[in-house]
Ligand binder design. Structure first.
Ligand SMILES: *[C@@H]1O[C@H](CO)[C@@H](O)[C@H](O)[C@H]1NC(C)=O
Ligand SMILES: *[C@@H]1O[C@H](CO)[C@@H](O)[C@H](O)[C@H]1NC(C)=O
Ligand SMILES: *[C@@H]1O[C@H](CO)[C@@H](O)[C@H](O)[C@H]1NC(C)=O
Ligand SMILES: *[C@@H]1O[C@H](CO)[C@@H](O)[C@H](O)[C@H]1NC(C)=O
Ligand SMILES: *[C@@H]1O[C@H](CO)[C@@H](O)[C@H](O)[C@H]1NC(C)=O
Length: 511
């Protein structure tokens, strides 16, 4: 009798326990639903303000049809498929870091997914920045690897290429060509990697659907290393960017061609790679508070070619450094210590203006070091920035920079110090504030930031827009190439003399 009651009780307990467990599970599942809806709500209201309390979805909101909830998919139109390229196009190049370039060890620079080795930026009063985790000695030509690292964590990656709006090919063309740029290699050696790469892509089923118009890749070196022959020399570089396949793709570089419309310049990487929004704001505040004792600064070295204005700028800076008006950081090969990234950033933080003359190509990484330090860039040629970084820098260049035409420096009739000292303090303050606002847009964060749109996010957004445009045209039976005709010459580029009108028309063309 007793044992019967006991058995019955045990059974009841079991049933009750199962029922409770079931209910708990139901609630948990419901809650998960809430969490994912909540995540979506946060995602969609991202641009507004994060101080807000997120809206809990209403009951009506929860009963959306499948079609509606698909419309809510924050990744819709943003899915990207990443090709699983053979290792020789990326990983193996990284493994060869020690021997890629003669007398140069790339190994420290491929660390941390291409961000490089960490260093700390101590400030002059030797107070270590709370931003100690944000600084990496980053190589100026390593963007292809940084981009790949960020793409691996892109929030809308898909393994199903038919869902993808764009196809990313994680090739490292800069590292690849570095092996053959110097040392008298034959053209066929220089082109072998590029030809294998495009042949591989063309064999994939993804190529056929849009003839490559939905493909993109990133190139950490300047465009001129891939467009043989160029002004650098008839044998310089590979012809990667002149191949029929790459002509259909969107190519991102740090320095694009003024003649072609298939490559787009995105910022050079700097050494600052924060991993949360707070670090960006803290840095901007630091830069805003910096005490600027020099009117201008220049970090760099002379160039051998006779048309370079660098020699003249260095002379002018040396003269002005006697009364501390100019800070010169010499970056000749035997000045490596002098030219350390932390020295450059500190000097730029102490200067109102930073000179950015052309070097081997029109653009310089130093431009982005200057922006990062809140130092107003001074350009001497429109090809150094105004006709390059359309996606990341404002079209209204007077808002954030100063332009001094090269010719006046060459013929020694213009003094940089004189021009810069005539700019009112108010104008300097306004321009600097614009520069500080640009900081988030020109940095490559270590990982996706919650609220801040960084250079990577902007580039991806614009690539997707461009490819969407191609898709529309193809659907309308048009050839995308007709929409973006090649221009054979851009007069301004050769002389650097023509005015804003031409640059604006260039802007339209490359957009
Ligand atoms: C920065 O400061 C820390 C602590 O004071 C010191 O150990 C480190 O060597 C400094 N780094 C540089 C690059 O000066
Ligand atoms: C990929 O997506 C397409 C289109 O939605 C679908 O038809 C196909 O079944 C998916 N393939 C896989 C393997 O999930
Ligand atoms: C590039 O695209 C055009 C259409 O614009 C197409 O005719 C051509 O075959 C494509 N090239 C390659 C190599 O697929
Ligand atoms: C460009 O910026 C300058 C300086 O900030 C400003 O005075 C001017 O109105 C701006 N021009 C346009 C077209 O926005
Ligand atoms: C020097 O260059 C400036 C600026 O382009 C120009 O206005 C001036 O006429 C030139 N002077 C000489 C002597 O060539």
């Amino acid at each position: 009798m007793n044992s019967l009651i006991f058995r019955c009780l045990k059974k009841c307990c079991f049933i009750v326990a199962v029922a409770i467990a079931f209910l708990v599970l139901c609630f948990a599942l419901l809650d998960f639903e809430h969490i994912s809806l909540y995540a979506k709500a946060v995602w969609q209201t991202k641009d507004i303000d994060f101080g807000f309390k997120p809206r809990i979805p209403t009951a009506a909101g929860e009963q959306k049809s499948e079609q509606e909830s698909q419309q809510q998919d924050p990744c819709l139109g943003r899915y990207i498929y990443m090709h699983d390229l053979p290792a020789k196009f990326n990983k193996e190049l990284v493994n060869k870091c020690e021997t890629l370039k003669k007398q140069f060890n790339f190994c420290p620079y491929v660390k941390n997914g291409g961000f490089g080795s960490r260093f700390s930026l101590n400030d002059s009063s030797s107070e270590t920045l709370s931003l100690g985790e944000c600084w990496y000695a980053t190589h100026q030509s390593i963007l292809e690897m940084i981009f790949h690292t960020r793409m691996k964590e892109y929030e809308c990656l898909t393994s199903n290429s038919s869902l993808a709006s764009a196809i990313y090919a994680p090739f490292y063309p800069g590292l690849e060509v570095t092996q053959y740029l110097w040392g008298g290699f034959s053209s066929s050696v220089k082109d072998a990697g590029s030809l294998e790469f495009t042949a591989w892509l063309k064999r994939r089923p993804e190529w056929a659907r849009m003839f490559g118009w939905d493909h993109f890749f990133v190139n950490g070196r300047i465009t001129w290393d891939f467009r043989r022959p160029t002004y650098i020399g008839p044998k310089w570089g590979s012809k990667l960017m002149h191949l029929p396949e790459t002509k259909n793709m969107t190519m991102l570089t740090v320095d694009s061609s003024p003649y072609a419309n298939d490559d787009f310049a995105i910022p050079y990487p700097t050494d600052f790679h924060p991993s949360d929004d707070k670090e960006v704001l803290q840095w901007q505040e630091r830069v805003r508070r910096a005490e600027r004792v020099h009117l201008f600064a220049f970090a760099g070295a002379t160039r051998r070619h006779s048309t370079s204005i660098r020699g003249e700028l260095i002379t002018q800076c040396k003269k002005a450094s006697k009364n501390d008006r100019c800070k010169l950081i010499s970056c000749l090969p035997n000045d490596k210590v002098n030219c350390r990234p932390d020295h450059v950033i500190k000097a730029f933080m102490k200067s109102d203006f930073c000179l950015q003359p052309s070097g081997d190509s029109g653009t310089r990484r130093s431009t982005f070091d200057a922006i990062l330090a809140g130092c107003i860039p001074v350009f001497f040629h429109p090809g150094s920035a105004y006709t390059q970084y359309f996606w990341h820098l404002p079209q209204n260049y007077t808002s954030y920079s100063v332009f001094i035409p090269e010719r006046g420096i060459k013929n020694r009739t213009v003094s940089v110090e004189e021009v810069l000292s005539q700019i009112s303090r108010d104008a300097v303050t306004d321009m600097r504030e614009e520069v500080i606002k640009l900081i988030p847009k020109v940095i490559y964060a270590r990982a996706k930031l919650e609220r801040t749109e960084d250079a990577f996010d902007i580039a991806i957004k614009r690539v997707l827009e461009r490819i969407e445009d191609f898709r529309r045209q193809i659907q309308e039976g048009k050839n995308p190439r007709d929409r973006f005709p090649e221009k054979s010459t851009w007069k301004y580029y050769l002389t650097g003399e023509t005015g804003k009108h031409e640059w604006d028309s260039f802007f339209q063309h490359k957009h």
